[in-house]
Structures are given as structure tokens and as C-alpha cells.
Design a protein around this ligand. Structure first.
Ligand code: PMP
Length: 359
């Protein structure tokens, strides 16, 4: 048997504990999952209605070109249809980019801690990984630029960053983009873009026509509320899309996902409402942290990383038996913290109450 040796160094991906298994373990009737940054308000009713109309047969393959979704996203973002690539979640796009651009002999630059899948895929594809520590939860873009050499194929920028929630300002982002050599692909992972309410709010897609070495990743898993249907997309110059397309599997976005994403995009009232409620929820957590003098990063996303100054695993376990699944900071590079997804008002009050009891 021949396989890539580096696969043995990787743990299988273990996402947050499933609600049912936590219920069973602790004999709880109700368990709230605030671990994976999903939309606590669920799915838009427009999406539910659109799906109900197609729930009669699953015999036909999905549209491999995602024509309707492509047309809807192209219109929404005011980009050409050929500037788009769709994925089975943004995870799939990270995998496609890695597969197309990374190999032994190449290197890739990323922040640390940041979203785990950049490194995971780079290891599988055999590239050298150059991780640049965050400063105060924020990308050190200057140090990341310095780490680039003639073999740097991809540089990953996550804004807002998972797990800190810190958003890169327009000024920093534009000055960074100007300095990246043309031969290096810049990936801006914009998974949490729709939650951003920063004063200098900007849409990274506007840079795509200016920089031919840039791809912006987005997802329907967060504010659009269809994480289980797995839809994400990338926006770039068509020369980049041309290189990525052959590395994509033919039917990577399923039919229900395509239909749901079109409906989700059409319901911007729902998106705006979720953004507003997320901000309110974030305030509940910020107030709790300030009241108890716990360090947190000011997050522009739908999660918050709270430092309890103890062991993140211990806080995680405590909250678990109280019926709240959060994410221990231990696996995220912040050993004394937990990352909590902002939930509904009631869910937030509940988990905050449990955290108070822990203190
Ligand atoms: N990028 C970031 C920064 C994320 O946090 C996530 C979700 N955890 C993804 C990408 C992947 O999202 P998707 O559900 O679209 O695969």
C-alpha cells in the first residue's frame, strides 16, 4: 500500500459534540449547541418553502454548473458568472484551492491561530506551512508579507478571523493586497462577512477586479442559515477560476443546497434581522465579560472567545453538563478560553448564567 505519510500526522476532524449524544450522556432534556457558529434563528421561511416544492424526487444529478445559483450570486454581487466557483461549503473550496495550488516544494503562509482547514489541507498536499502568530487576535500582515518568497503559492487571510472574531480594517487590507507579489494567490476567507458592522465596513469582492491574484470565499452556512446543505462560493478573476474548476468534483453542490441558497439570498430582510440580533447578543456576552473582568476579543463575527484564565477544557466540560455545547479554546490555540457562538437572547442568557456559576 502506498499513501501520503503526512496523513498519519493528522487527526480526523472532530466537530462539536452532537446535541443528542450530550443529552444522553448527562440525561438532559434540552441541550443548546453554541459551538459551530451556525445561525441560532434557523433557516428563512423562504428557504423552507422553496425546498418543500422539490421534495418529491432525488433521482437526477445536481446541476454541476449551478446555473441558477450562479446567476443569482452574480447578480447579487455584480460580478460576471465566470468569476464564480461553487463548493460543498467553503471547506470544499479551501480543499480545491489547496489541491490546485499546493504541492511539495511550494509553501503557504497563514496566521496562527486561524481556521484549521488551511493547514490541514496544506499538510495533505505536502506544502511547507509558514504560520505567523496573531498579535492581539489580529493578523500580523507585515510579518505574513515578509514570510513570502518565490515558492509561496498561497497566503490565507481570515477576516473576521476564526477563532478571535477580529476584522481586518479596510486600510490594512488594501495596503496588504498592494504588497503581495502577483505570483502568490491571496485567499480572503470571508465566512463571517455578513456579520460585520465595523465603521469601515467594506466588501472584499470589490478588490477582485483590481487584483488578479485574489479569491474571496463566502458561505451560506452562517448568517444564511443552511449549514447542513453545504454551500459556499469563491469570487475571483476568471483566470483563477479557470485553474480551480478542473480540481472541483463534478457535482459538488447538491440540488437542495442550490435551491436553498437562491432562496436564502433572496431574503435579505432575514439576513439583516439576524445581523441585528447577533449584535444584541454579542452585547450580552461583552457585558458579562466586563462585569467579571474576563478578557475577550472584540468580535465582528457571530462568536466570542472568552478567556477564563483557567483550563478551557474544564469550562467546556462544566458547560456541557449544564446543557451548553461550546468549543474549548484548547483545540483552537487559546488554552484558557472557550469560544461561544452567539445564540438567541434566551440561549445567551442561559449560557451566561451557567458561566457565572462556573466562576
Ligand atoms: N472558513 C471559516 C473561517 C469558518 O469558520 C468556516 C466554518 N467553520 C468555514 C470556512 C467553512 O464553512 P462551510 O460551512 O461553508 O464549509
Amino acid at each position: 500500500m502506498k499513501w501520503k505519510e503526512q496523513l498519519l500526522s493528522l487527526e480526523p476532524y472532530k466537530p462539536g459534540r452532537p446535541i443528542e449524544s450530550v443529552k444522553k450522556e448527562f440525561g438532559l432534556d434540552q441541550v443548546v449547541k453554541l459551538a459551530s457558529n451556525e445561525n441560532p434563528f434557523g433557516t428563512s421561511q423562504k428557504v423552507v418553502a422553496a425546498l418543500q416544492s422539490v421534495l418529491s424526487s432525488f433521482a437526477i444529478y445536481p446541476d454541476g454548473y449551478a446555473a441558477n445559483l450562479r446567476s443569482a450570486v452574480s447578480e447579487f454581487l455584480k460580478v460576471d458568472e465566470e468569476q464564480l466557483i461553487f463548493g460543498n461549503g467553503a471547506d470544499n473550496l479551501i480543499q480545491i484551492i489547496s489541491r490546485a495550488f499546493l504541492s511539495p516544494g511550494k509553501n503557504t503562509v497563514m496566521a496562527n491561530p486561524s481556521f484549521s482547514q488551511y493547514k490541514h489541507n496544506a499538510i495533505i498536499d505536502g506544502a511547507e506551512i509558514r504560520e505567523i502568530p496573531l498579535i492581539d487576535g489580529e493578523h500580523d500582515l507585515d510579518a505574513m508579507l515578509q514570510a513570502i518568497d518565490e515558492n509561496t503559492a498561497v497566503i490565507w487571510v481570515c477576516s473576521p478571523n476564526n477563532p478571535t472574531g477580529i476584522h481586518i480594517s479596510r486600510e490594512k487590507m488594501t495596503s496588504f493586497l498592494k504588497k503581495v507579489p502577483e505570483e502568490t494567490l491571496v485567499v480572503i476567507d470571508d465566512a463571517y462577512h455578513d456579520y460585520v458592522v465595523a465603521d469601515d465596513f467594506y466588501d472584499a469582492v470589490e478588490f477582485v477586479n483590481q487584483y488578479k491574484n485574489l479569491i474571496v470565499l463566502r458561505t451560506f452556512s452562517k448568517i444564511y442559515g443552511i449549514a447542513s446543505l453545504r454551500v459556499g462560493y469563491g469570487v475571483a478573476h476568471q483566470d483563477i477560476i479557470r485553474v480551480l474548476e478542473p480540481a472541483r468534483e463534478p457535482f459538488n453542490v447538491n440540488t437542495l443546497g442550490q435551491i436553498a441558497a437562491v432562496a436564502a439570498l433572496s431574503d435579505q430582510d432575514y439576513v439583516n434581522e439576524c445581523r441585528r440580533k447577533n449584535r444584541e447578543g454579542m452585547k450580552q456576552f461583552e457585558e458579562f465579560c466586563e462585569e467579571h473582568q474576563l478578557h475577550y476579543f472584540p468580535s465582528q463575527a457571530n462568536f466570542i472567545l472568552i478567556d477564563f484564565g483557567t483550563n478551557g477544557d474544564e469550562v467546556f466540560q462544566y458547560l456541557l453538563q449544564k446543557g451548553y455545547i461550546v468549543r474549548s479554546g484548547n483545540a483552537l490555540g487559546y488554552a484558557s478560553s472557550v469560544r461561544v457562538t452567539v445564540g438567541s437572547n434566551e440561549e445567551n442568557s442561559g449560557v451566561i448564567e451557567a458561566m457565572k456559576q462556573y466562576l
